[in-house]
Design a protein around this ligand. Sequence first.
Ligand SMILES: [Zn+2]
Length: 263
Amino acid sequence: MPELPEVEWMRRCAAAAVGRPLVVVDLPCARLGGLGGLGGLDAARGLPLQAVDRRGKCLILSLGPLRLLLAPRMTGRLLVGGLGARHLRLRLGFGGEDDLLWLVFDDPRRLGTVELTSADALDLRCPPRPEPWPAPLSGAALCAALGGGRGSLKTALMDPHRLGGVGNIGAAEGCWRAGLDPGRALASLGAEEWAALAEGLCAWAQAALDDIGAGPLILLHGGGDNPFCVYGREGGACRRCAGSISRRVDAGRPTYFCPGCQR
Ligand SMILES: [Zn+2]
């Protein structure tokens, strides 16, 4: 599932179309939520793409007063050019007749969503949340975002209503960097641990983005070498203490951690 780094990478690629007018709208097999379905998006034709933004794991295309929200969820990808897109949901052509730049939303499992809304309603449809990157949150801000309630650290980290952009991978990698067991009770964390976690999450996102620069499909599809410190490394040696990485299942999702140095 794409997390903050992959979605940020899609955003950077799609930004190539900023400044170009929307010329072609093609929804071969999409259900467009929001303002008037396909007809609503047709109204955006001729408008220049003003910006491509990211909130959490969601992309926001700004076209005049309209906002197109793309949530990749499990298998969705926003591609530039669209070569290799085999599960086309939405195709947008920007620019002149001879020189169209295509943004293509490809989604094999069709769990991603496409929604059209207005600039005024954007915060309602896609509320901004604290995010761990590009600058780390302060420990106090992260603590405030996740709340001091019950539940495990991992569950709180992955809750998109509390923190933007972090999924199963980010939670595992951030906790490893901070030396924290993902199963820790939220209320048990001290100020230094919150600060270390905020730094760890930011470092995870930046490291993943740096890796994506060498080949974005590696992170999305699991091919190639595993770029992570603990995620997917069950039985491997911890890079910090040389202990053996463990895997357990929490709420149906695998949790990777090092029992030797994550407390
Ligand atoms: Zn370790």
